[in-house]
Design a protein around this ligand. Structure first.
Ligand code: ATP
Ligand code: MG
Ligand code: MG
Length: 350
C-alpha cells in the first residue's frame, strides 16, 4: 500500500495517522521528539531534526505523498522534500498562512474582510499604525504564534513601548480590535479535482487564549451559514488547495471578518469525529491521496471540549455514554498543554 508522510508528530499528526491507517495507508511521521503523540500510532517514525538532509531524503523517498500538521516547517526542508515527493496542501498555501501579514494581504486581495492591519517592524512603524488604525488593538508576531502566544494588547497608545518590548524584535502585524458577537470557524476540504466539502460552522469559545469549546450548531442564521461556507470555498479555490483547512471568523453586524486561516486539520474541527459520517481527518487523507471526498454532513448536535493540563484528571467523571473520549498519550499534563478532548453528542442535528 501507499505511504503517507506527515511532518510533525503532535495530536493532529496522530489523528491523521489513525485516519490514514483506517483507509489502508501506511504512515511515516517526521518528528524530532521520541515520545510524541503520533509515534504511538504511525507505521514509521523518522526521529530527526529539520536540518538533517539525510533523514529528510530518507523520509521523502519512503512516502508517496507528504502532508503536515503544523505551519512552521523550514523552507529548505520543504524544498528538499518537494524535489522527491509531492506536498499537499501546496507550498504557496503554506507560505501564505505562515505569515499573518501575507495572509491578510491575500484575504484582502480576494475580496474578504480582515481586521484593519499594518506591518510593524519598528517603534516608528508602530506609532504610524496607531495613528492610522487607532486603539484598542493587538500586535501579533507575523510568524510562529499559536494559542494566543506572541501577542500584545494595546488599550491605548501608552501601551506602545510595552508592545514593542513584547515582540522582542520579531516582525509583527498590528490589528485593530474587532468588537465581535461570537467566533465561529469553518473546516473545509478541497480534493485534487477541485471538489469542495465544508463542515457546518462551529461556535468557538476560548479560555486563556486557548480554544476551550466548539459547539454545533453555531448561533448563526441560515444565510450566515451559507456565507461562511462560500467564503471558505473562495479561499480554498484561490489557493488551489488540496486538503483540509480551518478558517476562523469573527461575527459582526457588518458580516464576517476573517481572523486567520490554518492550512491543516484544525482543533475546532475535532467535533466532526463524533457528529459527521466522515470527519476532518478522513477528508484530509482522501484529498491528499487523490480520492473523492466523503459525506461531511452533520447528523448530530455536539460540543467539543479541550482537555488542557490537569483537566485530563476529570476523565473518569466525564466519561458518559454520550461522550467520545480522545486522549493524545502525552506523558505530563503541563499547564496549558492540550492533553485530549471530548465530544459530547447533545441531540439529533438541528
Ligand atoms: P490559534 O491557537 O487559534 O492559532 P493564535 O495564537 O493564532 O491562535 P489568534 O487566533 O490570532 O491567535 O487570536 C486568538 C484569539 O484572540 C482569537 O480567537 C480572538 O478571540 C482574539 N483576537 C485575535 N485577534 C483579534 C482582533 N483583531 N480583535 C478581537 N479579538 C481578537
Ligand atoms: Mg493561529
Ligand atoms: Mg486562532
Amino acid at each position: 500500500g501507499a505511504t503517507i508522510g506527515i511532518l510533525g508528530g503532535g495530536q493532529l499528526g496522530r489523528m491523521l495517522s489513525v485516519a490514514a491507517s483506517r483507509l489502508g495507508f501506511k504512515t511515516c511521521i517526521f518528528e524530532p521528539n521520541a515520545d510524541c503523540p503520533a509515534a504511538h500510532v504511525a507505521h514509521t517514525h523518522i526521529m530527526a531534526d529539520y536540518s538533517d538532509t539525510v533523514a529528510l531524503t530518507k523520509f521523502a523517498n519512503a512516502c508517496d505523498v507528504v502532508t503536515y500538521e503544523f505551519e512552521n516547517i523550514p523552507t529548505e526542508a520543504l524544498d528538499l522534500i518537494e524535489a522527491l515527493t509531492p506536498i499537499h496542501p501546496n507550498r504557496n498555501a503554506l507560505a501564505t498562512s505562515q505569515d499573518r501579514f501575507l495572509e491578510k494581504n491575500f484575504l484582502t486581495r480576494i475580496g474578504l474582510t480582515t481586521a484593519p492591519f499594518a506591518a510593524v517592524d519598528t517603534a516608528e512603524a508602530l506609532e504610524q499604525a496607531i495613528d492610522q488604525i487607532g486603539t484598542p488593538a493587538i500586535l501579533k508576531t507575523r510568524r510562529l504564534g499559536y494559542d494566543g502566544k506572541g501577542q500584545s494588547r494595546l488599550m491605548s497608545p501608552d501601551d506602545a513601548d510595552q508592545a514593542i518590548a513584547d515582540m522582542a524584535g520579531a516582525p509583527a502585524v498590528y490589528e485593530g480590535f474587532i468588537d465581535f458577537s461570537i467566533e465561529v470557524s469553518v473546516i473545509g476540504t478541497r480534493s485534487s479535482d477541485g471538489a469542495i466539502s465544508c463542515f457546518d460552522p462551529g461556535e468557538n469559545v476560548h479560555k486563556d487564549g486557548i480554544l476551550h469549546t466548539t459547539t454545533l450548531p453555531a448561533a448563526l442564521t441560515p444565510s450566515q451559514r451559507t456565507d461562511a461556507v462560500l467564503l471558505t470555498a473562495n479561499i480554498l479555490n484561490a489557493l488551489d488547495y488540496v486538503g483540509t483547512m480551518g478558517v476562523e471568523l469573527f461575527v459582526t453586524p457588518n458580516g464576517f471578518i476573517v481572523n486567520e486561516i490554518a492550512p491543516r486539520v484544525h482543533n475546532s474541527g475535532h467535533w466532526t469525529q463524533a457528529a459527521c459520517t466522515v470527519d476532518q481527518f478522513e477528508q484530509h487523507i482522501r484529498a491528499i491521496a487523490g480520492w473523492p471526498l466523503g459525506d461531511g454532513s452533520r447528523h448530530s448536535n455536539v460540543v467539543m471540549e479541550n482537555l488542557i493540563g490537569d483537566d485530563v484528571d476529570r476523565i473518569p467523571g466525564i466519561a458518559k455514554t454520550n461522550t467520545e473520549i480522545h486522549l493524545y498519550g502525552k506523558a505530563d499534563a503541563k499547564k496549558g498543554r492540550k492533553m485530549g478532548h471530548i465530544n459530547t453528542i447533545t441531540g439529533p442535528a438541528s
